[in-house]
Design a protein around this ligand. Structure first.
Ligand SMILES: [Zn+2]
Length: 114
């Protein structure tokens, strides 16, 4: 997993300000914004989820649109792992795009005010 040395900040601006901690089932995940986020084998990443310490990491240089999609993608990995859904990478990738677009097209869905 990415070294924490690259942590730029624990939460970002705008959209991510409300997402610095995300509950997935009974588990609270911290969101970290990382400069030059890479996999263990050196591949550039948009995001990753680290289940054991409960951390979601997102690449700093992404646009807000890309960040939203990457965050949904990692949340769905967390849901998949928490509830043993068996979505796999393809299922998570597809649902991540669907959920991000759904919330962009229907902003009222995220409004919890009565
Ligand atoms: Zn993935």
């Amino acid at each position: 997993m990415a070294a924490s040395l690259g942590v730029v900040r624990i939460y970002g601006t705008g959209y991510l300000d409300d997402c610095m901690n995300i509950k997935i089932g009974p588990l609270a995940y911290a969101v970290e914004i990382i400069k030059d986020l890479k996999s263990d084998d050196g591949r550039e990443l948009f995001g990753e989820i680290d289940y054991t310490p409960q951390i979601i990491r997102l690449e700093e240089s992404m646009t807000p649109e890309r960040s939203r999609i990457a965050l949904w993608h990692e949340i769905l990995h967390g849901i998949d792992q928490c509830y043993c859904l068996g979505l796999g990478e393809q299922g998570v990738a597809t649902l991540g795009m669907i959920m991000a677009q759904l919330l962009i097209d229907n902003p009222g869905l995220a409004n919890n005010d009565p």
